[in-house]
Design a protein around this ligand. Structure first.
Ligand SMILES: [Fe+2]
Length: 449
């Protein structure tokens, strides 16, 4: 009798393989020297299916991977599942409508941020999950009962006011809510926003005076959920629009601007410039037209909204395929000069040994691009910026990420010089294998202990 060979989904091959246990490592080998001003935690979230498999990368159970830095030392590496209901009851179906509507039933697998003394693990369909300074789960957060729906994985923390501006979208009405969390952690505004239908709104933008929603043609189709697939597909008939709302505004104050069809998971940053609003974004021509793994190459684009004429200029900035754009947290909503992206790895898809990753740095003032090359067999994730002590310039600081080495099947946490973009890390900390993931943050001790 022939053995039944199950096809392993592509997102679970190579460094997509989940790890099978939570780890605590305190005896960490460091090459180079850790800048002593870095006092805090780099924490990154990502899917790590407890069962060993998942139908889509977005469905895996959230696992946090963190490194604690202090006094020039790496005190620990922790990997911890976020203790959601799926960990205690692994057979629960993520696509069951009653589970989708239970706001505690988060996979908590997408991002992690520090705000108002709390560390929040985030996934866009449900409540945030709070974790403690060691990354152990505290529980779901509903902001003292004020939050009644989902909370995005991509809130924006304003470096000027300390507010955490956010939103939540849903397959069911109300399709979109604007959420404003005060600097002290209270949810002080929850505002229903009228959109054309139920769309997947992954991220958004803030400026000094506005938030900007991206209403794009990735729409819910619950018939797909019935077949066990991602319940969202591309819709050529759904218009693409940007919605500009004053930060303390109401639904009737949103101004919508038409743009060409596209999808953006992640903006790099946005800011106001006179009568214009500038948004740098990682733009896809489309997503999920053929299947839920249909991802054409994303590239950096600039949108410039002219609020006086109502038009939007759309310019492709670079041919290089790249995603996971970030700026320094201190520049969010401000006019940035520098942005950082993860280059889509060169080499054969699905063969980590042939792939070579890179971190890109865009200078939006000169138009130039520089890069840190990681070398063959080495790939990285999103690069997160942390400022140097007494930083004088916007790029005076460090880029942090996990780097996977296919030769050793292990990972390193690297701290790179963001100003020089030197290929040699300032410090490199040897770790067990950290699987591919999504987003992370540098959370200084001043924010979360
Ligand atoms: Fe994201």
């Amino acid at each position: 009798m022939a053995a039944v060979v199950e096809e392993i989904p592509s997102h679970l091959r190579g460094n997509g393989r989940p790890i099978t246990e939570e780890r605590t490592v305190t005896d960490l080998k460091v090459i180079g020297s850790i800048p002593p001003e870095l006092d805090g935690r780099y924490v990154r979230n990502g899917p790590n299916p407890l069962s060993g498999t998942s139908a889509h990368p977005f469905f895996g159970d959230g696992m946090l991977h963190g490194v604690r830095l202090r006094d020039g030392k790496a005190q620990w590496y922790h990997s911890r599942y976020v203790q959601t209901p799926f960990i205690s009851s692994p057979s629960v179906d993520v696509l069951d409508p009653s589970v989708m509507l239970d706001m505690r039933s988060s996979k908590a697998n997408t991002h992690v941020v520090g705000h108002a003394g709390r560390i929040l693990a985030l996934e866009e369909g449900h409540f945030p999950y709070e974790v403690d300074a060691d990354l152990n789960t505290v529980g779901p957060v509903d902001f003292d009962g004020v939050l009644t729906g989902s909370f995005t994985a991509h809130p924006k923390i304003c470096p000027v006011t300390g507010e955490m501006l956010a939103f939540g979208y849903s397959a069911f009405e109300p399709y979109l809510r604007y959420l404003r969390v005060a600097a002290d952690g209270r949810l002080v505004q929850s505002e229903n926003i009228t959109v054309g239908g139920p769309t997947m709104m992954h991220d958004f933008n803030i400026t000094k005076n506005f938030v900007i929603f991206m209403d794009l043609p990735a729409v819910f189709d619950m018939s797909l959920a019935m077949s066990g697939d991602m319940p969202i597909r591309w819709d050529d008939n759904y218009p693409s629009r940007l919605g500009v709302l004053p930060r303390n505004g109401t639904d009737d104050q949103v101004t919508w601007y038409d743009i060409n069809p596209c999808y953006v998971f992640h903006p790099m940053n946005s800011y106001e410039d006179g009568d214009t609003i500038v948004l740098d974004v990682a733009r896809f021509d489309h997503i999920w037209r053929e299947s839920a793994m249909d991802f054409p190459p994303p590239r950096l684009w600039r949108w410039t909204i002219d609020t006086a004429t109502g038009s939007v200029r759309e310019e492709q900035i670079d041919d290089r395929a790249a995603e996971f754009p970030r700026v320094a947290d201190s520049m969010i909503g401000q006019r940035h000069r520098y942005g950082y992206m993860m280059a889509m790895p060169a080499g054969e898809q699905g063969d980590p040994a042939t792939q070579s990753g890179a971190i890109l740095k865009y200078d939006r003032e000169t138009g130039s691009r520089s890069e840190i090359e990681l070398g063959r067999g080495h790939t990285c994730g999103e690069a997160v910026f942390a400022p140097a002590a007494d930083a004088k310039a916007e790029d005076d600081g460090y880029l942090m990420t996990y780097v996977y080495d296919a030769d050793t099947d292990a990972s390193r946490f690297v701290i790179m010089d963001a100003a020089t973009m030197d290929d040699t890390p300032v410090a490199s900390i040897e770790l067990p294998r950290v699987p591919n993931g999504f987003h992370g943050s540098w959370i200084p001790s001043s924010v979360a202990g």
